[in-house]
Design a protein around this ligand. Structure first.
Ligand code: F6R
Length: 238
């Protein structure tokens, strides 16, 4: 595991971009595993403003709310179009289909992941240690599945909706096993509210109660944190 602590989100975006650029330079048809939420926005900004072409690359996203179609402004499809794909075209992009029934959605996405093994996976982390929408208690062996979102996650995500009642209560997500199969993983976190999840995930016991703790076992994990998110780490405290 390699941990980089930076002064600002913007610096983190630049740092994460170095790895994405390196992957594309090595293999222009790389498969990038991407995330939504506020954390990766600084990376997408760097990608958009760069002269790196992604027209041969494939993007595979982590998750989607059940019931929201791709035109819904709060859907993760829409988010990705808006934040990245409409500015920087990819050869192909995949996000779980929130309009499909459970069985079909899961099969479709597991097939996509099988056909497009991820070279580099970008992750944010929830305040409860979730990655993707894999909430505490999710099996480390999980592949794509439907999840019941926790109150904590619904509360964190309500900022994107008119009211908390509009936040979907279920989602489709890549599983933890699917995430761990990526060749390289870049985990980013910013702000004091992520400090506890970060210390538990990186220095605590590897347990399904803290989904991101499994990342300790990944052979090529890069962690990019701002000082607040890193503030509980023992190495940062010395
Ligand atoms: C989003 C995702 C989530 C977020 C996490 C952090 O696709 O998979 O795990 O990465 O909830 O969200 P932000 O970045 O908004 O703090």
């Amino acid at each position: 595991m390699q941990i980089t602590i930076v002064k600002s989100k913007e610096e983190a975006g630049k740092e994460a971009f170095k790895y994405v650029k390196e992957a594309i330079e090595k293999k222009e048809d790389s498969v990038l595993g991407l995330a939504t939420g506020s954390t990766p926005e600084v990376l997408y900004e760097e990608m958009i403003n760069s002269d790196v072409s992604f027209t041969e690359a494939t993007a595979v996203n982590l998750d989607e709310y059940v019931g929201l179609d791709s035109d819904h402004p709060q859907s993760y499809h829409y988010f990705m179009e808006d934040q990245l794909f409409k500015h920087k075209p990819f050869k192909q992009t995949f996000v779980p289909d929130g309009t499909l029934g459970e069985e079909e959605a899961i099969k479709q996405y597991d097939d996509i992941l099988e056909q497009h093994p991820i070279d580099i996976q970008v992750l944010g982390i929830g305040v409860n240690g979730h990655i993707g929408f894999n909430e505490p208690g999710t099996s480390f062996d999980s592949t794509t599945h439907k999840v019941q979102l926790t109150e904590e996650t619904i509360n964190s995500n309500k900022r994107y909706f008119d009211s908390i009642d509009d936040v979907p209560k279920t989602a489709y997500t890549m599983g933890i096993h699917s995430i761990m199969k990526a060749d390289k993983i870049i985990l980013m976190a910013f702000g004091k509210e992520k400090a506890q999840a970060i210390v538990q995930s990186l220095e605590g016991e590897v347990t399904e109660d803290v989904p991101a703790s499994i990342l300790q076992k990944h052979p090529d994990l890069v962690v990019i944190l701002d000082e607040e998110a890193a503030s509980e780490l023992s190495s940062a405290k010395q």
